[in-house]
Write a protein that binds this ligand. Structure first.
Ligand SMILES: *Cc1c(COP(=O)(O)O)cnc(C)c1O
Length: 394
């Protein structure tokens, strides 16, 4: 492939050269003060990204590991959790909880709308003995492109007067859309390095408040590696339950510097602007009758990933393979129930206007070459959206 490849999966995402270069060095001795300082400042800055005064934990693991880390610390087998399901990732998280022995209740949906918080409130009201330990909510379900209003879920828990912890999967949303862990009353938040945090895959990052830490004290410990208690000390060897994933921290340090230089509000605005461009293009393409938004309500369409349904006449996997192999554009496929019937454009992390326009234009080229019906002028609509947004921002 000549020229740039366009990686538009919703994770792993494009990595800035600065972040890649930060990893090109020898490891440091585990007690080297430079290493400790890197870890210390990363932990401190991550609190700022989660917007919390709580405790941060970083594990050498992916996002699935992050789910398990949270579940291993907030309860024991036999405890109950409630999962509002908005797509493949909330579905899989529930499966993880079940596998760990949790009695797992799912509020199912059609994967095209967020779950109505009233349903959560109603279910919690019925739980008079307070058996439900936690509500597990995904902020952006990467499988469906649907965003959940986390504040509304906290409001539902409070309205029911229920003690359940609120655990939020912010893996595809942290540093892309607003998230205010403390102000919104989130007890545990889970992130991963390879999405909007612009790092290679390999780290899962959790934040937990006092209430969550209390829930974990006194539990019978089964999961030594995930255990928060051991990681709360100052000793870095125990903080990581062994060797620190040093190079991923060198990368994270650089990525956190980039985030600080841009500022979270500007990052959120950029994600909104770029998502708007994608949404304008998809609206236009939809006019051809073969492509449509998965998320039915515009206000529930996420700023980090857009899932596009394909009519039965369109082979979504063929489109995806063609785009990648013939044009160097990687978009993701449909997951779970959407497998073969959708493709997903990731637009989070280290991304600017020309990058998304390259992706959208390349997809239009693929539609033409594969004979996929689509309304014409999607790229133009995206460009005009960006021009309008940039003019208002200036
Ligand atoms: C990517 C993702 C996961 C899984 O993360 P992995 O690193 O692939 O294990 C979980 N939840 C959401 C919302 C995600 O986007």
């Amino acid at each position: 492939m000549i020229g740039h490849e366009f990686l538009h999966s919703p994770g792993p995402t494009h990595i800035p050269d600065r972040v890649l270069n930060a990893m090109r060095r020898q490891p440091l001795d585990l007690v080297d003060t430079r290493l400790k300082e890197t870890a210390r400042t990363c932990f401190e800055d991550l609190k700022g990204v989660f917007r919390t005064d709580g405790s941060v934990f970083v594990y050498a693991a992916n996002g699935h590991g992050g789910w398990e880390a949270a579940l291993a610390n907030i309860g024991v087998p036999g405890d109950r959790v409630l999962v509002p399901e908005i797509g493949h990732f909330s579905h899989s998280w529930a499966e993880h909880a079940r596998a760990l022995g949790y009695e797992t209740e799912v509020i199912t949906g059609d994967w095209r709308r967020a779950v109505d918080p009233q349903q959560i409130e109603d279910r919690l009201r019925q739980d008079r003995e307070g058996r439900i330990k936690a509500v597990l909510a995904v902020q952006v379900d990467t499988g469906t492109g649907i965003a959940t209003d986390i504040r509304a879920i906290r409001a539902a828990i409070d309205a029911a007067g229920h003690p359940a912890l609120l655990v939020a999967d912010t893996i595809a949303s942290l540093a892309a859309m607003p998230f205010e862990m403390d102000a919104w009353g989130v007890d545990v938040a889970i992130a991963a390095s390879q999405k909007a945090l612009m790092c290679p895959p390999g780290l899962t990052i959790l934040a937990a408040n006092e209430k969550a830490l209390k829930a974990c004290t006194g539990l019978e410990r089964r999961h030594r590696y995930w255990d928060w208690a051991a990681r709360l000390g100052d000793e870095y060897y125990t903080k990581f339950c062994g060797t620190m994933p040093e190079h991923l921290f060198f990368a994270l340090r650089e990525a956190l510097d980039i985030i600080a230089e841009q500022g979270l509000p500007a990052i959120v605005r950029r994600h909104r602007r770029i998502a708007g461009a994608v949404h304008r293009a998809v609206e236009t393409w939809s006019e051809g009758g073969a492509l449509s938004f998965n998320a039915l309500l515009p206000e529930e369409r996420s700023v980090s990933v857009t899932a596009i349904r394909t009519a039965p006449s369109v082979d979504a996997n063929r489109l995806r393979t063609y785009a990648r192999e013939a044009l160097g554009i990687s978009v993701a496929g449909g997951l779970g129930a959407l497998q073969g019937h959708a493709f997903r454009i990731g637009h989070l992390g280290d991304i600017n206007e020309p990058m998304i326009l390259g992706c959208l234009a390349g997809l239009e080229l693929a539609f033409i070459e594969l004979g996929i019906p689509h309304g014409t002028g999607g790229v133009r609509a995206a460009v005009e959206h960006l021009a309008r947004e940039r003019a208002t921002a200036a």
